[in-house]
Design a protein around this ligand. Structure first.
Ligand code: ASP
Length: 591
């Protein structure tokens, strides 16, 4: 071992002791004949003083620059009273250095580490190995490691086996595009990288493993959407012979222990909300319950009004008319309302009607709004009573296709919660249950809301008779408006799996071709099973307070799914392509 101590671990108890440190020169200062080096390593920083008594050592100290890698030996001594640095773990001591060797030099770094500077993300990613030297970055990765070790500890204690599943595999449908890998030995054929270990973990249940987990890399080739990574990590879990309540209980325990251990935060029991209720009250299947605002349905009051903007949707079963009361919002200036109108436009809303409640005692006179003249007073009052409006409030309205209203007002609710600082606490975990089995896809058919292996709450016959109404045995864990994890009880019978495939438009031949191995497994004694997966990156992001998942991944890809450091993806030479039986189209080559 080259070092005796880490820099950040030195303290007063070592006064008078000789230590050997290894690390990077964080800062070098020349103080009238004395040189101070702040040396940095994984655990923190130490101040080392060199005086001219030892000419050789002093000359070396004089020569080193930022980010040189050095090894030094010296004696710990207490700093004089006035020189104590309370911001540094080792701030009460310093080291009087008497040996110093340069293990490696460093060119001037592309951005300074010893002072704050605003560095573009591209540059940070290009030189990630330097970026990760910054203590705030290192802290996040350290916390990430504590998180996985807490989770592994919990799952190990609860009898889960850590089993690896293949990366070169067949497609596992989770709703995204596959990353494909050409096969050299099977011309014209491709592996797919797993979108999740879903089918393999189910096969492990068929094999009798009973409780499985894996911290698994997953790959999804999705279009540029905010804050996604093409490869990301899941805490993947599967169990046999457990009901949804058992699985939710077990994994809730895991998250509760994790937060207690790592952040010292204690959660109570997580509330359960049905999907329908979550959509109705919060306009989202991952509601942020820290925000006390709620959507309230009011279509019954607007069916008969002359105003088509409201009466149209109020009489259409595909539509929704909802109100959102914002306490104290009446003082909001017109420009703010315009901004929010633009904001809900992102979700397809064609406007944002509102009523400012200035003085309810004055009736319609006390309301300020472009729409009140279109609504009979009795209905207005019924609406204002229902949402609980009092003087000083503003009430926003959405009237459109149900999906548009829920998404627009749901997003507005969250935005208002943050803008008006209406958050009621730091953490709000919950379970969302009773999801629909399917959603209608753009092409008119049905698509699995979770994935095609999720068990319905009904029989196969009921499912096929009315797929749109079927609920699934799926559950999501949500924290602060983010889906932390999701899973379900799976289909463990072949006939049910085939019924679901049929609803999805996957006919017998395609079932056999794509999922023959699964159908086989279901016919050879598949036990009832279910599980879920947590998104590790997002969990770490929430727990570290990071602004992006790229901040909690050591070597993330950019928004355009590239690695600017290794320059991946990159071109390959003609020989490699030939071996893979691939010929590029002329156009692709030119690009
Ligand atoms: N495989 C699912 C997913 O990645 C999670 C699960 O159902 O366990 O979303």
């Amino acid at each position: 071992m080259m070092r005796s101590h880490y820099c950040g671990q030195l303290n007063e108890s070592l006064d008078g002791q000789e230590v050997t440190l290894c690390g990077w020169v964080h800062r070098r200062r020349d103080h009238g004949g004395v040189i101070f080096l702040d040396i940095r390593d994984r655990e923190g920083m130490a101040q080392v003083v060199f005086d001219p008594d030892r000419a050789d050592t002093f000359a070396t100290a004089d020569r080193v620059r930022s980010e040189y890698v050095v090894k030094l030996t010296g004696r710990v001594r207490l700093r004089p009273a006035g020189a104590v640095n309370p911001n540094m773990a080792s701030g009460a001591i310093e080291v009087l250095g008497y040996e110093l060797s340069v293990l490696n030099e460093a060119e001037t770094p592309p951005f300074p580490l010893n002072e704050y500077s605003d560095v573009g993300e591209e540059t940070r990613l290009r030189y990630r190995f330097i970026d990760l030297r910054r203590p705030e970055m290192a802290d996040k990765l350290r916390l990430r490691s504590r998180i996985t070790s807490s989770i592994r500890g919990y799952l190990d204690e609860n009898g889960f086996l850590d089993v690896e599943t293949p990366i070169l595999t067949r497609a596992t449908p989770e709703g995204a595009r596959d990353y494909l890998v050409p096969s050299r030995t099977h011309p014209g054929n491709f592996f797919a990288l797993p979108q999740s270990p879903q089918l393999f973990k189910q096969l492990l249940m068929v094999a009798g493993f009973d409780r499985y987990y894996q911290i698994a890399k997953c790959f999804r080739d999705e279009d540029l959407r905010a804050d996604r990574q093409p490869e990301f990590t899941q805490i993947d879990i599967e169990t046999s012979f457990l009901e949804e309540s058992d699985i939710m209980g077990l994994t809730e325990g895991m998250i509760r222990k994790l937060f207690k251990e790592v952040l010292g935060v204690e959660f109570g029991e997580f509330p359960h909300l049905t999907y329908a209720e979550a959509m109705r009250r919060y306009g989202s299947d991952k509601p942020d319950l820290r925000i006390a605002l709620e959507l309230v349905d009011v279509e019954d009051q607007l069916k008969a009004v002359e105003f088509k903007v409201f009466s149209g949707p109020a009489n259409d079963p595909q539509c929704r008319v909802a109100a959102l009361r914002v306490p104290g919002g009446a003082s909001m200036p017109r420009s703010k309302i315009d901004e929010y109108t633009k904001f809900v436009g992102i979700y397809g809303a064609r406007g944002l009607a509102y009523i400012k409640v200035n003085d309810r005692a004055k009736g319609v006179e006390g309301l300020q709004s472009p729409i009140v003249k279109n609504i009979p007073e009795a209905n207005l009052n019924a609406i204002l009573d229902r949402v609980g409006a009092v003087d000083g409030d503003i009430v926003f309205f959405g009237a459109d296709k149900a999906k548009v209203v829920s998404e627009a007002l749901g997003a507005l609710r969250v935005r208002l919660g943050h803008d008006l600082e209406l958050l009621t606490g730091q953490w709000a975990p919950l379970w969302v249950i009773d999801f629909p089995m399917f959603e209608e896809s753009d092409e008119g058919g049905f698509a699995a809301l979770h994935h095609p292996f999720t068990a319905p709450k009904c029989t196969a016959a009921e499912l096929e008779a009315n797929p749109g109404a079927a609920l699934s045995r799926a559950y999501d864990m949500v924290l602060n408006g983010t889906e932390l994890g999701g899973g379900s009880i799976r289909i463990h019978r072949k006939d049910m799996q085939q019924a679901v495939f049929r609803v999805l438009g996957i006919e017998a031949a395609e079932q056999e071709e794509k999922f023959g191995f699964l159908l086989d497994a279901l016919k050879f004694g598949a036990p009832p099973h279910g599980g879920l997966a947590f998104g590790l990156d997002r969990l770490v992001m929430l727990m570290t307070g990071a602004q992006s998942i790229r901040e909690v991944i050591a070597f993330p890809k950019t928004q355009s799914a590239a690695d600017v450091m290794t320059q991946a993806p990159g071109a390959v030479d003609a020989k490699a392509l030939r071996e893979l039986h691939i010929r590029l189209r002329e156009q692709t080559k030119a690009e």
